[in-house]
Design a protein around this ligand. Structure first.
Ligand SMILES: [Zn+2]
Length: 61
């Protein structure tokens, strides 16, 4: 039985139940909160920016 449809997070690539969908991309809650708490000095910041760049491009049209 499939009660909930899992979506694949665009950031971590894991199938998750909870998260947000921006335009057509899904981001899980853990990645979302992680991004919020990631500063520009963090070594993971460029990774998040890279992953999200395609979203912002579409989002700002
Ligand atoms: Zn994730």
């Amino acid at each position: 039985m499939e009660a909930t449809e899992r979506k694949t997070c665009m950031v971590c690539g894991e199938p998750k139940d909870e998260g947000i969908t921006i335009v057509t991309e899904f981001i899980c809650t853990s990645c979302e909160s992680e991004m919020v708490h990631t500063s520009a000095e963090d070594e993971r910041y460029p990774f998040f920016v890279k992953q999200l760049k395609q979203l912002w491009v579409r989002f700002h049209i």
